[in-house]
Design a protein around this ligand. Sequence first.
Ligand code: KG4
Ligand code: ZN
Length: 344
Amino acid sequence: MAIILGLESSCDETAAAVVRSDRSILSHALAGQEDHHRAFGGVVPEIAARAHAEMMTPLVKVALADAGMTLDDVDAIAATAGPGLIGGVMVGLVTAKALAMAAGKPLIAVNHLEGHALSPRLIDADLQFPYLLLLVSGGHCQLLRVNGVGDYNRLATTIDDAVGEAFDKSAKILGLGFPGGPAVEQAAKRGNAKAVPLPRPLKGADEPHFSFAGLKSAVLRAHDAAIHRPEDIAASFQAAVVDCLEDRLEYSLSRMQTPAALVVAGGVAANEAVRAMLQTVAARHNMRFVAPPHWLCTDNAAMIAWAGAERFAAGLTDPLDIPARPRWPLDPAAEAVRGAGVKA
Ligand code: KG4
Ligand code: ZN
């Protein structure tokens, strides 16, 4: 049984965790940076990188201590090597390289998106490959067929904004605070989802992709009109997002041989309205629905350690000179779509 130390620092969470290949999470330590970025209404890369540099080593110590271990007990060290904000990614990766070198342990460079993609397998031993994955985070909105470790087919992606980005920008427009996703979800609970007519970009389109930029602009117009309550705009926005995701998912599902499971991962997977819709879609197609617990949906190091464990079991380790990558697609063969290329 392998024991993996995992590090995460690609956006605004610094995290370290120890996970065993039998799916035991021996520890997971995390320091969020919300207080550093709140005044700016979004993540400031330079501030994020400095905070990662301050917190990474203390968190590694906490994760090892909580697991009752020293570096000697660990079989390999995994770290996010991209995609993400490059300054932060470098902090985690360089720390992992230094630990690997000092302890003489193998290094595993993990694609952050693979961390999200494999995270459902950490909590569900019955989840077998292949499965259909909706990956919805701050930087991504993709539908992927997960064939195995390191083996992905991207079926659809956003042609403009990521879905989490739409939540964050809408929260900022509506003055709901930061981080935006949970703030919009809370406000939506007090609002009327039918109050504000908002567009459903690409709904019914004869292509599989997603689009959210038009929806965000419509939120801005609704807000500027000054006739709607922010909670009504939030509820109407969330309903539109759920509608779009469902429509786009149905488009792909109706054109494929459906795998046994529909899986959701990434920060937006913490949203209850999104989860409820996915549960219904899965039932409609006789698929099992798997969603990680909320803390495992948003960025964390347990998912990086677990992706490390899966890669380690497959004999995949990396040289110490492997570079950090700001962009790193899960499916390198996927065609570029119009408007894409802004996000990694
Ligand atoms: O996966 P993640 O933690 O970081 C990235 O890799 O991007 O995702 C963060 C995104 C943010 O845009 C955040 O607003 C969104 O996930 N998010 C949510 C919720 N919780 C986090 N969006 C909607 N509803 C939520 N409850
Ligand atoms: Zn993430």
